[in-house]
Ligand binder design. Sequence first.
Ligand SMILES: Nc1ncnc2c1ncn2[C@@H]1O[C@H](COP(=O)(O)OP(=O)(O)OP(=O)(O)O)[C@@H](O)[C@H]1O
Length: 377
Amino acid sequence: MHVRRLELVDFRSYERVVVDLEPGASVLVGPNGVGKTNLVEALGYVATLGSHRVATDAPLVRMGAGAAVIRCEIVHGGRELLVELEIVPGKANRARLGRSPVRRSRDVLGALRLVLFAPEDLELVRGDPAERRRYLDDLLVARLPRFAGVRADYERVVKQRNALLRSAYLARKTGGNRGGDLSTLDVWDAHLARHGAELLAGRLALVGALAPHVTKAYDAVAAGRGAAGIAYRSTLEAADTTPDRAALEAGLAAALAAARQSEVDRGMTLVGPHRDDLALTLGPLPAKGYASHGESWSYALALRLAAYDLLRADGIEPVLVLDDVFAELDNGRRERLAELVGSATQMLVTCAVAEDVPEGLRGARFTVSEGAVCRAG
Ligand SMILES: Nc1ncnc2c1ncn2[C@@H]1O[C@H](COP(=O)(O)OP(=O)(O)OP(=O)(O)O)[C@@H](O)[C@H]1O
């Protein structure tokens, strides 16, 4: 798979830009702040419908414009596919696939398989569980696009169930003994158990497949210094032992019943995959709170490389993006990374200083200056 053309209109700092790309390595070079990351962020958005830098869409639209458009031509298995996304902050995105509108923007997920590694990925190791859940879910959707619907259904149920618990909590707080209306909570419990079990089963199977790739990738990046291991940590005890969906659904239903009083007392949903985590260990220690800066970097990189390897092992060669990462790596790690990814079908590398990129990865070169991108060699 490779991206042949990326066109942006009113996206971030670009009024309009078109970049024609080829398979192999492309290096996007330019001074700080000219818009290199903005380009690859747009590709990441096509692949995940989210930004690796911001949680909301508003910053993605050029200041003063009402909407941003991303057009991306993808070549896969000899066939071309055009994905078009219109981002209007506060509203649902509009999407087209091969020039036809699609009902929901999430229908474009799976069209572009992309693995993006960026400085923000340090948060995968050091940040909150939400960062790691997003990593898992994005990878799950990249492998099996139907999980975009599973994730959206689950998130909707948690949101509505939380709203119900919250309004009952507030009613109780303001109205003395009146507890608010929780009569529909049983129905929401059943929805949460069903969608939650599906998401949980998907994540558990994913972590099982991913774990050996993470260990291998860390070993390669850190040149054998330390053994990395990942494990899924669920609020549901049964999830540690069984990835069976029916058993997980029954387990979630039972856990919700057991947690009912605490949930009512606190006004929020306390059980389910939205509270889970991916535990990262380095040798006998947790990576979070123990790993050094360099080790954390290597770990974050290993997580992305493992995702890349797993997608590749599935028979889908993803596009690889390395955003501003070489400046952070020492020479040994740079060279090892170059060796590991040198055979990628398509790789985009952004950097402020071209010399930071190992020679083996210096393919086509693009110069990025404010608002424009030029092929330089
Ligand atoms: N919504 C927006 N509207 C207008 N300009 C924006 C918007 N969002 C970001 N920018 C501008 O884009 C620039 C940042 O672009 P980007 O992050 O791609 O830089 P970069 O070339 O990757 O820099 P670095 O090398 O420092 O990482 C900033 O100057 C910022 O002001």
